[in-house]
Design a protein around this ligand. Sequence first.
Ligand SMILES: C[S@@+](CC[C@H](N)C(=O)[O-])C[C@H]1O[C@@H](n2cnc3c(N)ncnc32)[C@H](O)[C@@H]1O
Length: 290
Amino acid sequence: MEHYPVMLNESLDWLNVRPDGVFLDATAGLGNHSRAIAERLVTGRLVMHDRDGESLEQARGFTADYADRITPVRGRFSELRQTLDRLGLSKVDGLLADLGVSRPQLTASERGFSFMNDGPLDMRMSREENVETAADLVNFSSEEELARIIRDLGEERGNGRKLARALIRARPILTTGQLARAVMSSAGPRTGPLHPGTKVFMALRLAVNSELEEVEALVRMLPSVVASGGRAVVISFHSLEDRLVKQGFLTHARGGRARILTKHVVRPSEVEVRTNAASRSAKLRAIEIV
Ligand SMILES: C[S@@+](CC[C@H](N)C(=O)[O-])C[C@H]1O[C@@H](n2cnc3c(N)ncnc32)[C@H](O)[C@@H]1O
């Protein structure tokens, strides 16, 4: 399964990869960005990190030509400080985070992220993590809790309560297809460009994986994991994530811990959006630690 790397050249430029540096790809995915970083290293090293062991295995295969300079490691952003300590690294010279899920994670029916392919309602980014699945949330949360998730994480301000009620009526919901049908029963047939299920699926995915908490933790810890003069580049696809990145960078800049390099958010080129529609909502921001 292909996954086009998003803003590959832009990421490498903003990251300023030095041939002798130690770099961290916090979101290895299929290893596209990792491979491009490793290609530019001579005496340097790349820590190739992901919370999903299955993705990490694929990334390991895709970067096998550069295995001598790559350390693959599984972990979550929120555990990054401990992960680096375990590797004997105090800080890295640059960090890249290309947030969200990869195309194979999103489209594999057995991972349960997609309403296009019917599968078990899972949505865990890592099947090794012992966290609640989307089915657990949908079937066992209270109406208030479900409404809050849909309203706050799906940005469905007006419809949270109505959609939560429809999900509760349709219980048990065990597959992505059943969830999509339950949402449709409340929202009605598709009228705009978005499938009515898009926002509910997104909200559940963010909740299952504590994605916003993870991004917040990552941005907060940047000065303690990236060396002075080193850079951090973050690509986000969701407005709630981008807001956290922007606010976190501003807080570091105001506190004298970092300099914001991207005065304006960087967007993919028209050519990239034309060849890879999934890149259209990407936003890249970069800082340099002082
Ligand atoms: C968009 S994909 C990265 C794609 C990769 N840059 C490429 O081009 O091949 C995002 C990856 O980040 C991982 N990820 C998301 N949140 C994470 C977290 N909190 N900690 C570690 N990895 C995470 C996902 O498992 C997924 O593999």
